[in-house]
Design a protein around this ligand. Sequence first.
Ligand code: FNR
Length: 209
Amino acid sequence: MGVRMLWPSPVNRVATLNLGGEPMPVDKPLNFVVLVGSLRRGSFNAAIARALPGLAPSDVAIVPLGSVGEFPLFNQDVEAQGFPSAVVAMGEAIAEADGVIIVTPEYNYSVPGVLKNAIDWLSRLLTKPFAGKPVAIQSASPGIFGGVRAQHHLRQTLVFLDARALAQPEVMIPQAHNKVDANTGELTDATTRDFIAKQLQAFAAFARR
Ligand code: FNR
């Protein structure tokens, strides 16, 4: 019996997904890309993202994606005229990467609009760059919950994108203003650096599976 589609999901337009096959060799160097959900100049989340390359295992490269601020507001009429070049470029970078790390603030218990807007655009690309893609999530907030509620909303969105979200270990960074140097924008808190390094190690193993 065939699979009946209840409604035309864009995910169903994916021709092939790399969901089976052999796991990659355990010593394959990995290339991760980072997406930041804040446009703020002094962003704590951007500070976390900048620290990632220095906290990664030696065989893992981590490079930033473009800013989500380069994307226009999603509008299907604009999409119908063609994808903006920033969207296409980010989609290609994600497709080529071994994994994506999303570092985001929480706005009103959810994902900032600028990040959701970027994800909405990227989800429309026919190449479906997130499908089957390993994704790790990190969040930072001056508050005491570290953005955990945004993480859960983001995980829900990643289900529709058919991404492979890393479950554990989670990285939520509460009271971020005490952990990032206000002058240098450097992540200085040793405990935070340590648990981010542990997540990156776990994420590398996850991406190789
Ligand atoms: C916030 N902030 C916030 N913080 C939080 O922990 N939970 C929340 O729900 C919200 N909601 C919220 C809404 C809006 C519109 C703004 C502007 C801010 C505070 C937020 O964590 C803080 O501004 C961070 O500094 C934002 O992250 P960046 O820009 O420093 O990375």
